[in-house]
Design a protein around this ligand. Structure first.
Ligand code: AMP
Ligand code: GLY
Length: 427
């Protein structure tokens, strides 16, 4: 059977790699893909992005199932387009994808369904926004309502920074239409975790837990990024916290979407802030919803899946996820992102990459911003590679991943040396 994966990041390389392990999958097309999916056996890149053009290709090629990686095509309605033509695709409709594509939609939804999240207000008028910041004081968080490719959130430690963010978004239009409306919310403290589930509209199948590292530099210093590394499982999500997240966040979200007439299908990612205290009572609040898998969380999570992932998607599309079980490798998986020079502000592209080893059962180098130019592998984006390893414990996994990181070279490479530090601290 042939499959299509939409997207071009490390997440999509990992999805294609995992799906190709199914004995029933003969070939995977990746649109548009990257240097990794271009060079993987039984994988072909496809220079298409328009939903109608993709649907035409799927029909012509006889592709059985499509999986969507990133948020942008979901927000454009690729799932609606495919379904209208009777094509199987796993992801949320355009309406359901608003949980990610509009922060105001997500916040109003959470309030309506009593899902715990930071107190907030939404503004289009800068004067009212400035007044709210004055009344609340700092620290405070300013968020663009729309999709802003990871640049839409300002965690302001002073009210000056918050006022500046409002001026940039509402005044200067620095983020265009995405920032024409802002959500201003309470700053939450604690430890973040990524909680990702699949849903077929009614049945919920949780994936293994994970934790991302958003800041560019070691010890969580420097600017926010799309994620500089991740690992799974995340020890902060104990069995007790897991049960509470399912009860307090995930189930009411899925039930709420159903009640609102926009059932959620696809991956739902709740970015959580877990406050201090004991597991029975410590606050758990939703920082954000994404309507897709996380990147780089996907890379370590998929390394731990021992079952046939194709079957999970088939259940997802058929509405039978209650019959699906995932066999998890109990070991720890950990991914270290290597990013290009000047990431995240203005990533440099065109540097040649050398030293990537062949995939092994305990370490795979997933590509993100890479491209083949005249047969040479080059950097083509901000996050370039995610070196993902699997071993018995966090320390050994770190060791394995970093040994490979050190064997890879491209000019200006940036990476953190402490991915997994919170898990090490807990052990
Ligand atoms: P988001 O795109 O909403 O996930 O925000 C990106 C990052 O900003 C999150 O991963 C957090 O590190 C941080 N953040 C977002 N909202 C808050 C908040 N209310 N309090 C503290 N940090 C936040
Ligand atoms: N790693 C965070 C995200 O995918 O949004």
């Amino acid at each position: 059977m042939k499959l299509l994966v939409i997207g071009s990041g490390g997440r999509e390389h990992a999805l294609a790699w995992k799906l190709l392990q199914s004995p029933r999958v003969s070939h995977v097309f990746v649109a548009p893909g990257n240097g990794g999916t271009a060079t993987m056996a039984r994988s072909t890149n496809l220079a298409l992005s328009d939903p109608d053009a993709l649907a035409d290709f799927v029909k012509k090629e006889g592709i059985a199932l499509t999986v969507v990686g990133p948020e942008a095509p979901l927000a454009l309605g690729v799932v609606d387009t495919f379904r209208a033509q009777g094509l199987k695709i796993f992801g949320p409709t355009k309406a359901a994808a608003q949980l990610e594509s509009s922060k105001d939609f997500a916040k109003a939804f959470m309030v309506r369904h009593q899902i715990p999240t930071a107190a907030y207000q939404t503004f289009t008028d800068p004067i009212a926004a400035h007044a709210y910041i004055e009344a609340q004081g700092a620290p405070i968080v300013v968020k663009a309502d729309g999709l802003a490719a990871g640049k839409g959130v300002v965690v302001a430690l002073t009210s000056r920074e918050a006022h500046d963010a409002v001026d940039a978004m509402l005044g200067d239009g620095s983020l265009g239409a995405a920032g024409a409306r802002v959500v201003i919310e309470e700053c939450l403290l604690g430890e973040e975790a990524s909680f990702i589930i699949l849903c077929d509209g009614k049945n919920i199948l949780p994936l293994a837990t994970s934790q991302d590292h958003k800041r560019l530099q070691d010890a969580d210093q420097g600017p926010n990024t799309g994620g500089m590394g991740a690992y799974s499982p995340a020890p902060v999500v104990s069995a007790a916290i897991h049960a509470r997240v399912m009860r307090e966040v995930i189930t009411p979200t899925i039930e709420g979407m159903k009640a609102d007439g926009i059932p959620f299908t696809g991956f739902l990612y709740a970015g959580l802030m877990i406050g201090d205290g004991d597991d029975a009572t410590r606050p758990i609040k939703v920082l954000e919803f994404n309507c897709r898998l996380g990147d780089p969380e996907t890379q370590p999570i998929l390394m731990r899946i021992r079952s046939d992932f194709l079957e999970v998607f088939e259940h997802g599309v058929a509405g039978t996820l209650n019959q699906s079980v995932i066999d998890w490798d109990p070991r720890t998986a950990l991914g270290v992102v290597m990013a290009s020079a000047n990431y995240p502000s203005t990533p440099r592209v065109g540097d040649s990459i050398a030293g990537i080893p062949a995939a092994q059962s305990d370490c795979v180098v997933f590509h993100a911003g890479t491209a083949l130019k005249d047969g040479v592998l080059q950097t083509s984006g901000g996050r370039v590679l995610c070196i993902t390893a699997l071993a018995d414990n966090v320390r050994a996994t770190q060791q394995r991943a970093y040994d490979v990181v050190k064997s890879i070279h491209f000019d200006g490479a940036q990476y953190r040396t402490d991915i997994g530090w919170r898990a090490l601290e807990k052990n």
